[in-house]
Ligand binder design. Sequence first.
Ligand code: SAH
Length: 217
Amino acid sequence: MQEDNYRHKGMRKILVEELKNKGISDENVLNAINAVPRHVFLDSSFLNFAYQDKAFPIGSGQTISQPFTVAFQSSLLEIKKNMKVLEIGTGSGYQACVLAEMGAKVFSIERQRKLYTKTKAFLAEFPYRIKMFLGDGNKGLPTYGPFDRILITAAAPEIPQALVDQLKVGGMMVIPLCENEEHQTMLRLTKQEDGTLKREEYGDFRFVPMLKGVGED
Ligand code: SAH
């Protein structure tokens, strides 16, 4: 793994300040962004991009989410220590590490085989509690649920019923739901006693699409 030196740490501090200025206030989230070295998720020649508040391509047509988006979704989840969190769309593994740094037990599904294999080997170098799975996130992980929290990091055309079924009562799902081709509305859904979902809306975002089945890339 690439080193994490004082220069990288300094760049992260500046990023954390930028996120605070953009409205992120959850200390647990800010501490996690400060702790996880985002640059090691990118090729070393892209160091100057690693701590800009921008999404970045990671191969296989996928992106590592923008730090603000990672921080925003992580804040909405209101993570407490030892919660079981299911992430759909492992991608680079960065978001999974942020959740694990916040104390979550993370289960993460990626549908692209090559990306899954690469990220799984890479995440093994971290001390975090993250279990990775190759599969279609629309189906969730019935044998590992129910989950306290579910996070979807791709643009979902609909709310997958299997994921609602795998959410605990009182549990929350954060999902960018497609309103049209370009934009998604960030939703936080809380499962009520009677199984229905309380819905809260948090503005427009842009993600790569949530697809069905497993792909080879
Ligand atoms: N959380 C990632 C960013 C994800 S980009 C990070 O921190 O880097 C979205 C990811 O979702 C992509 O890797 C894409 O392949 C994956 N994806 C899309 N549809 C999926 C599905 N149905 N199941 C699992 N993963 C999916």
